[in-house]
Write a protein that binds this ligand. Structure first.
Ligand code: FAD
Length: 424
């Protein structure tokens, strides 16, 4: 097969946003490749699929043949190697295609646990539709579920498992839940809410074995403590960028493919977007940083497409930005929030009242915030904060007392205040 034009590795949001833009705006030929063998589906709704709220068809919100609809080709296959001199992509089955431009939108692959019993029936990750299909079956008869890993995927799964009255245990290796999103204070508030709702939380817990009976998971064994009985174990211990096929391509890879604000890698005609890309973070002086997430992948895919078409990408970079709904708690964490990186902060918190607010700022203005509280409009707050922090000039309120004022505003007034601050 011989293809010239744009080849996109990955049919997730980054790859699909790029394919849509290029097909709409130009006559360039586009080929999308996926080793899942599936065209675009909404991975971020896999928890809704597991809960039965979304059917499998609903995940394919643009249809199962989106590529054909937009006039792009689709190849189901695993990319094994990229050769920038030949401008070629080689597949695991030995076939080769050529590209004019290449977009690496290959996202991440779930990390697996290298312990005995990891292949038992009932032990699964939850990153692909294929995994979720198996998991759904297993969950149908499960009374007790252990989630290994207390990060954002666990946070998405807990509410629906709780809704089904499943007994849930979360085992987190580090000393706190959501350690890549929250600080210790905010994490304690989330933990309290989970525990009060009957979720068992084990921090500093290291899995040493999945113990089975007749090939089926029965217990999770930790380094210390009694085995935890369970019918299903969901492994959600993070992802690693899927970029191994670039190892011999001379492309700079750090924690992902390092790209500039035009999403260009260090090799000519190779671009990267989404969870596989390490793009400039304006809050860290433009240092390339991996920030995973659906919206970021869409924005980077479109910006990469503009660069490929030699247009101004208009991309202001990506920053840490997350919102979650965990039972009745809304959680928003945006910008620089880790205490080790913070210049100054104001905090108000109460574990009992399930309330945590922190604003961080430096001499030039706001740098980040963490908000956790009951019925918080987390999505709106996250968007308002993200827009604010991505402005060329971050807002400066002037004095510590003005930031302290933000701690006490009712949540909806806070959203309005943050919107007002845009352009200040
Ligand atoms: C259960 C769940 C819930 C989530 N919820 C949220 C949420 O609420 N909000 C949010 O922002 N994010 C959420 N995420 C994360 C979000 O889905 C990802 O950040 C997003 O999908 C990244 O998009 P992407 O286009 O970079 O890559 P992906 O969506 O990962 O797509 C990359 C594709 O490339 C394929 N690929 C990889 N390597 C190769 C290869 N060698 N050859 C061919 N194809 C390859 C992959 O198999 C995959 O199909 C969730 C994820 C999961 C699993």
């Amino acid at each position: 097969m011989n293809q010239i034009g744009l080849v996109i590795i990955g049919s997730g949001p980054a790859g699909t946003a790029a394919a849509d833009f290029v097909r709409k705006q130009s006559a360039m030929s586009v080929t999308v490749v996926s080793d899942e063998g599936l065209q675009f589906y909404v991975r971020e709704h896999l928890a809704r699929f597991l809960s039965g709220r979304d059917t499998e068809d609903a995940l394919f919100e643009r249809g199962r043949n989106h590529c054909e609809t937009i006039g792009a080709a689709f190849i189901a296959g695993k990319v094994a190697r990229v050769d920038p001199r030949e401008k070629s992509v080689s597949f695991a089955d030995g076939s080769v295609i050529k590209y004019g431009d290449l977009l690496v939108a290959s996202g991440g692959k779930p990390r697996e646990l290298d312990v005995d019993g990891a292949n038992l029936d009932g032990v699964s990750t939850c990153y692909t539709l294929e995994a979720a299909r198996g998991l759904k079956q297993s969950l149908d008869s499960a009374r007790r579920v252990t989630i290994v890993g207390g990060g954002t995927i666990a946070a998405k799964l807990i509410p629906f498992l709780h809704e089904r009255s499943t007994e849930v245990t979360v085992v987190e290796r580090s000393p706190m839940l959501l350690s890549n999103v929250l600080d210790r204070g905010a994490s304690s508030v989330v933990k309290r809410a989970l525990v009060d709702n009957g979720v068992r939380v084990i921090e500093n817990g290291e899995i040493t074995e999945f113990i089975g009976e007749k090939g089926k998971i029965r217990h999770v064994q930790l380094r210390s403590g009694d085995p935890i009985p369970c019918d299903t174990a969901i492994v959600a211990v993070g992802i690693r960028p899927s970029v191994g096929f670039l190892n011999e391509a001379g492309v700079k890879i750090d924690r992902g493919v390092v790209v500039d604000a035009g999403l260009r890698s260090t090799a000519g005609h190779i671009f990267a977007a989404g969870d596989a890309a390490q793009a400039p973070d304006p809050l860290h002086g433009g240092a390339p940083t991996v920030h995973s997430g659906w919206k970021k992948a869409l924005a980077q895919g479109e910006a990469a497409a503009k660069s490929i078409l030699n247009r101004e990408p208009g991309y202001s970079g990506s920053i840490n930005s997350e919102h979650l709904q965990i039972l009745d708690l809304g959680v928003a964490a945006v910008g620089i929030t880790a205490t080790s990186n913070v210049v100054r902060e104001v905090v108000e918190s109460s574990v009992e009242k399930r309330f945590y607010r922190k604003f961080t700022f430096d001499d030039t203005g706001l740098t980040g915030a963490i908000l956790v509280e009951k019925d918080l409009p987390a999505k709106e707050l996250r968007s308002a904060l993200e827009r604010l922090l991505l402005q060329k000039k971050r807002p400066s309120l002037g004095s510590v007392s003005e930031y302290e004022g933000l701690l006490r505003l009712p949540a909806h007034a806070l959203v309005n205040r943050l919107v007002e601050m845009q352009g200040l």
